[in-house]
Design a protein around this ligand. Structure first.
Ligand code: SF4
Length: 200
């Protein structure tokens, strides 16, 4: 499936009908969220959801979430940002035995699933029409895997996943421009301690 084209069609339909579905947008960080917010906020009633227990250390978690809140304010968007409590033990549990995996391998798929499951649960419990994640904007993230996991979680939880590949349509390039415009902190590692060590 061409996820980007399918989403584009959906956006056109909603623009025509004037409907504004409720979307829970899982956000990994401010730079990745910048373009996705610009792209979707006209059509969807967005709530941002920051749940990233993969991030180490805690001060990085606090800083990335603070940057997200600052971005929303500076973009002039009146959208809610939900910041989940820092819970690294949830990530270390799913990463057991996968510590030596390279970025993009099995550990990352489990990491996507952990975050999408929690987002799907929150979306279901709080009456959202859709949930999705900003993660697919990164060239280092596997959009195919993200959409497969998102679809599976959606079926299990009973809430729709907004299939997407935000790096398309120059999404990644635009996120870099917006990061510069808003002077956003752009981290040099994905998030977990293993990716941090690999980047050092
Ligand atoms: S490299 Fe990134 S996606 Fe992979 S496990 Fe670490 S934080 Fe998660």
């Amino acid at each position: 499936m061409n996820y980007s084209k399918e989403l584009e069609k959906k956006i056109e339909e909603y623009k025509k009908s004037g409907a504004k579905p409720k979307l829970l947008l899982h956000a990994c960080c401010a730079p990745c969220s910048s373009y996705v917010l610009e792209y979707l906020s006209e059509v969807f009633d967005i709530t941002l959801y920051f749940y990233n227990p993969n991030i180490s250390p805690e001060k990085e978690y606090v800083f990335r979430s603070a940057e997200l809140i600052r971005l929303v304010g500076e973009m002039g968007l009146s959208i809610k940002v939900v910041i989940e409590k820092y819970s690294p033990e949830e990530f270390f549990e799913i990463a057991k035995g996968l510590e030596r995996e390279k970025e993009g391998g099995e550990r990352c798929f489990k990491c996507y699933e952990l975050r999408l499951r929690k987002a799907g649960e929150y979306a279901k419990e709080n009456g959202f029409d859709y949930f999705t994640t900003t993660l697919s904007i990164s060239p280092y993230k596997n959009a195919e895997a993200l959409n497969e996991i998102g679809g599976r979680v959606a079926e299990a939880k009973g809430v729709k996943y907004l299939f997407s590949d935000f790096k398309k349509k120059n999404g990644y390039k635009r996120s870099i421009e917006l990061s510069k415009e808003y002077s956003l902190y752009r981290q040099n590692y994905c998030g977990c301690i293993f990716s941090k060590t690999a980047a050092e």
